[in-house]
Design a protein around this ligand. Structure first.
Ligand code: FES
Length: 104
């Protein structure tokens, strides 16, 4: 299990356990922290999170990049922005700090 240290939209700190090999959005959705409205196909933006920096965030998928560009009209996009439905959890995520982005 990877323990994700989450800051909610309200600024609360929570710990969420995520299984390596699953998509990060699933653990955040199951914890009630993101909606994941599109089911994980990078088309709703409701699973947007901020990683601490670009390196920790990893590379966007192409579809994800387009979605983040669209979100930029409504919410701040940071170097560490990712759609959590496009992030596969690995053990390297254990202890990582992630903030839930405001809703678009
Ligand atoms: S769940 Fe819709 S974009 Fe991630």
């Amino acid at each position: 299990m990877a323990e994700l240290l989450i800051t909610t939209i309200d600024g609360e700190d929570k710990t969420v356990e995520a299984s390596p090999g699953t998509m990060m959005m699933e653990a955040l959705r199951d914890a009630g922290l993101v909606e994941g409205t599109c089911g994980g196909v990078a088309s709703c933006g409701t699973c947007h999170v901020y990683f601490p920096d670009k390196q920790m965030a990893g590379e966007h998928t192409e579809d994800e990049g387009y979605m983040l560009e669209g979100l930029a009209d409504f919410v701040e996009i940071k170097d560490g922005s990712r759609l959590s439905c496009q992030v596969k959890v690995t053990q390297a995520h254990d202890g990582i700090k992630i903030a839930i982005a405001p809703e678009a």
